[in-house]
Design a protein around this ligand. Structure first.
Ligand SMILES: Cc1ncc(COP(=O)(O)O)c(C=O)c1O
Length: 950
């Protein structure tokens, strides 16, 4: 038989991994759209005026095997030493059951933020466990879930204190024993708001001069101090007391609430989340009940569903940025949910006894280490400590640090003559012996009697983690099943398309995810010597160069941990640039009313005044309004914040003019890069006139959403802004100051984005954009006639997403956008983005990852829903008693008495729903109002779990 060449490319080839529709499916889609091919559609859709001149060329894409090889080579350039640097980052042991069942499990990491509670009960329960754990450990009444890192949590606490304090003082006190990065990030945040930061000795704090104060517990050099007198003084002056506390230490030490603290913050990194060269990890915040409405971030609450069953949901100010905009309490959106889930499972796994045992063991090891040093004649400080000591070594500092590195251990340089040592769960006896050797002490064994180096009055007296969830049978079988049960309640990307507009829920390919778990990426301390992080440097430099190429910018900062933090960082950069040009007074920011709520919320964080700009009838920025407002504010114009393609899902041609007008009036242009998935390879924000953009790597560049974080929001800038990028938290540069605790934010998830660009190459990345546009236009076309697509660009095309108008159904059938979103759950789908940027609409973004078959399943579901609406409109179905109003339907509905005017079959198996693999929402529609009126933010009593399990 003659040899027939085949055009089959091994699966290894990137395009078939990331690109959903097969070539045959694409051909069918072209026919539906009436275009010849993809080039034709893109020419019709993306205006020539905004197209980039050069194609993206990153050389040949790598196969998965080549990728792994390259990753291994780069990872091998990181040196994994035992880091005893402390300063808020610790070695920890991730229980393998948590690593496998959560960290590396797409059911958890591909989920979206739980805005749709009925399909998010699993992660909401895990986050409620997190909040309960934080409330218990800190002794405070309300906790959120969660914040970006400890340093930003400190900064959030400062601004929160200013909001709630009765004191009218303008200054904020910061304990000089706070971790340096916490001080630095607080200073960055304070400056544009005109808050004076007084860093000093808590003993000398003048409470009447401040609206609040922040203390570190234990202090960065190990001190365990009781801040009760400071809290009393602050309360006497109507000011607010904040403690940044190590949650593991709190299992042994007097808790912040017992000292009188009003707010507690901190990091849960050491609860089983690897250091990852800086992140991602979750920070926490807890406060007194009275302050809960001023708390930033998300709070999970307990409510009821339509049948009165217990159900969880996000409560209070969940989406307040979209409502309150520049008056929002903060810009926190994406916020480390997956890492909070991991930390909560660590607590469930170990229980209070286990956590206490871990803490005691660490303390015992630290005392042993200290005694060895003291016996050898070294002066060890402080007297009362938990896990951290410093040793006076005089002129031997460099020599000791070097010997330690030779022993495979990183210590902390403290001042000119001291060395800091922080022990952790992972410290082994041989590490202690190695530290001794670094100090010239030769001993391997000694007569050691454990003792507490914590004064009696600082011991914790109250109980914690008493809820039965922290006392469940911890056999791994049970733990595994608990994690599985929770995951099964949720609808993540591993089950179905999540067509959330502006959120870009695309594939997080397995090959891209794998390196994140490698010890060479996971175990580095963010402040380890730079020569130990050579692999990270190579990767970050290359990823930055690629992102610059993709965006048309000249420099990148990898610091921001989310899109919103990127916005804040970008605006600070612009402000620093204006100040350097003697134009520091510029403080007006033009923002279209359609902008994401984080935009105005971020502008307010840098002390700017937001001037809203209208959109015209086809959704474009109203150029006349923009021009008029730019002119009216010309003297003070700091810049504008626009999103491209617009949040209305169209490629606006006016963008070039908007940039010109802004520049002509002395402003800088911030282009929100959340929609970059519609641009990569076709158009570059830097070429359009943008001066700075954030990129949501957790959207366009494949970092998973993790049920609400992690994320990475690096910013790209033009050369003139590069000198003003955020400074290093180690204090090594002179920019506007750091915005994150770690120099490269959540560095350990950067391999995901880097891998994506390596696997795709320039051509693959461009193809992904083109197919994302194809998929969106296909959905818009299929739904045409049934739903109105609100905005369209040239040739009636949409960009990578489309907005469906559901408002007419309110009158015609009494059906709301909520009803449609909930009904989609019966069909096995996560709803599209609801009521943003326009109230009463659904914004659909299918992404390139979805196959035509999945798009068709979704469209069939949407069309069937339209038919149900029509039945109501035609009077065939009751306006109140219909499948839309009762959606979602649970399995329990099937076995309940059935008196509805539609069948169980119609209720539970509408078009789109799988028969065998049907996704069953675990609760009926959740009552939002009840949840906010009866706010419960910690675990309900155990009977509730028993009821749920029945
Ligand atoms: C247009 C836009 N800007 C900014 C953000 C904020 O990004 P993040 O959630 O990473 O803070 C989002 C998030 O959905 C967005 O859609």
């Amino acid at each position: 038989m003659p040899f027939e060449p085949t055009d089959y490319l091994p699966y290894d080839f990137a395009n078939r991994r990331h690109i959903g529709p097969s070539p045959e499916e694409m051909a069918e889609m072209y026919a539906v759209l009436g275009v010849k091919d993809l080039d034709h559609l893109i020419d019709e859709t993306v205006p020539k005026s905004i197209r980039q001149a050069e194609t993206l060329d990153f050389g040949k894409p790598k196969s998965e095997r080549e990728l792994m090889h390259e990753m291994r080579m780069v990872a091998g350039r990181n040196k994994v030493l035992v880091s005893l640097i402390g300063q808020g980052y610790h070695g920890t042991v991730t229980p393998p059951a948590i690593q496998r069942n959560i960290f590396e499990n797409p059911a958890w990491y591909t989920a979206y933020t739980p805005y749709q509670p009925e399909i998010s009960q699993g992660r909401l329960e895990a986050l409620l466990n997190f909040q309960t754990m934080i409330c218990d450990l800190t002794g405070l009444e309300v906790a959120n879930a969660s914040l970006l890192d400890e340093a930003t949590a400190c900064a959030e606490a400062m601004t929160m204190a200013q909001r709630v304090a009765k004191s009218k003082a303008k200054a904020f006190f910061v304990d000089r024993d706070c971790h340096p990065q916490n001080i630095a990030v607080v200073q960055t945040r304070a400056k544009p708001l005109g808050i004076e930061v007084i860093v000093g000795d808590p003993e000398k704090m003048e409470a009447d001069k401040v609206f609040g104060a922040l203390f570190q517990y234990p202090g960065t050099y190990g001190h365990v101090r009781d801040f009760t007198p400071q809290m009393e003084a602050l309360h006497g002056a109507d000011a607010v007391g904040i403690v940044s506390a190590d949650p593991l230490a709190l299992t042994l030490l007097k808790e912040p609430a017992a000292m009188g603290a009003d707010i507690a913050v901190g990091s849960v990194q050491r609860f089983g989340v690897p250091m990852g060269y800086g992140g991602p990890h979750a920070a926490y915040m807890a406060c007194r009940d009275a302050y809960k409405r001023a708390m930033p971030g998300r709070i999970v609450g307990v409510s009821v569903d339509a049948h009165g069953n217990r159900a969880y949901r996000l409560s209070l100010q969940t989406r307040e940025q979209h409502i309150r905009r520049e008056k929002a309490t903060s810009n926190v959106c994406t916020a480390q949910a997956l890492l909070a889930v991991m930390a909560s499972m660590y607590a469930v796994f170990h229980g209070p006894k286990g956590l206490q045992a871990i803490a005691q063991r660490i303390h015992r090891k630290t005392v042993r280490l200290a005694k060895g040093l003291e016996t050898a004649g070294f002066k060890v400080d402080p007297k009362a400590y938990f896990d951290t000591i410093t040793v006076d070594v005089g002129p031997l500092q460099a020599a000791v640090m070097k010997s330690a590195v030779d022993e495979g251990i990183n210590l902390r340089r403290v001042g000119e003559s001291r060395v800091g040592i922080t022990l952790d769960e992972a410290t082994r006896p041989k590490n202690i012996e190695a530290v001794w050797r670094a100090f010239g002490i030769e001993k391997t064994d000694e007569d050691f009697t454990p003792e507490y180096r914590v004064p009696d009055e600082m011991h914790r007296r109250s109980g914690y983690l008493e809820h039965p969830i922290f006392h469940m049978n911890r056999a791994e079988t049970e733990m595994m099943r608990y994690m599985r049960r929770l995951a099964d309640r949720d609808l993540a990307l591993d089950r179905a398309m999540i067509p959330l507009g502006s959120c870009t829920m695309k594939l997080n390919a397995a090959a891209e995810m794998m390196p994140v778990s490698w010890r060479e990426f996971a175990r580095l301390h963010p402040f380890c010597p730079k020569d130990q992080a050579e692999g990270y440097r190579v990767m970050i430099d290359d990823l930055s160069a690629r992102l610059c190429e993709i965006t048309g910018y000249d420099a990148m900062s990898m610091q921001p941990n989310s899109g919103a933090q990127g916005e804040y960082a970008g605006l600070l950069t612009i402000a620093a640039y204006h100040a350097a040009n003697g134009e520091g007074h510029r403080n007006v920011c033009l923002i279209p009313t359609s902008a994401h709520g984080t935009n105005p919320a971020s502008a307010q964080m840098v002390g700017w005044k937001v001037v809203p700009v209208k959109s015209d009838s086809n959704g474009d920025i109203d150029l006349d309004d923009f021009r008029a407002k730019a002119e009216a504010n010309a003297d003070n114009l700091a810049g504008c914040m626009i999103t491209y393609p617009s949040t209305h899902g169209v490629f606006e041609e006016t963008v070039l003019e908007v940039c010109k007008i802004t520049h002509a009036h002395g402003g800088q242009v911030y282009i929100d890069g959340a929609n970059l998935n519609a641009m990569v390879g076709l158009s570059r924000p830097g070429d359009l006139g943008g001066d700075v953009s954030h990129l949501n790597l957790h959207k366009t560049f494949c970092i998973p959403h993790g049920g609400g974080g992690p994320g990475m929001g690096p910013i790209g800038v033009k050369a003139h802004l590069a000198p003003h990028l955020p400074g290093d938290p180690r204090g090594e540069s002179d920019g506007p100051g750091p915005v994150s605790a770690a120099p490269f934010g959540s560095a350990s998830i950067l391999p995901i984005s880097w891998a994506y660009t390596l696997l795709m190459g320039g051509e693959g990345l461009t193809q992904a954009t083109r197919v994302a546009i194809l998929n969106a236009n296909y959905v818009a076309k299929r739904l045409e006639g049934a739903y109105d697509v609100l905005y369209r660009g040239r040739n009636d095309r949409v960009a990578h997403e489309c907005i469906l108008d559901t408002r007419p159904f309110a009158d015609s059938a009494g059906v709301t956008v909520d009803d449609i979103a909930k009904r989609l759950m019966d069909c096995g789908f996560h709803a599209p983005t609801m009521s943003w940027p326009v109230a009463g609409t659904l914004m659909i973004e299918p992404t390139e990852s979805e196959t035509k078959a999945e798009l068709d399943r979704f469209c069939d579901a949407m069309l069937a829903i339209r038919e149900e609406i029509r039945a109501i409109e035609d009077g065939e179905m009751d306006r109140e008693n219909n499948p839309l109003k009762h959606a979602p339907h649970t399995m329990e509905d099937l076995v309940r008495d059935w008196d509805r005017p539609y069948s169980r079959e119609q209720a539970c198996f509408p078009p789109g729903a799988f028969r065998v693999d049907k996704y069953w929402p675990p609760v009926n529609r959740v009552d939002n109002v009840f949840g906010d009126r009866n706010l419960v933010c910690t675990c309900p009593p155990m009977e509730a779990y028993a009821e749920a399990a029945e």
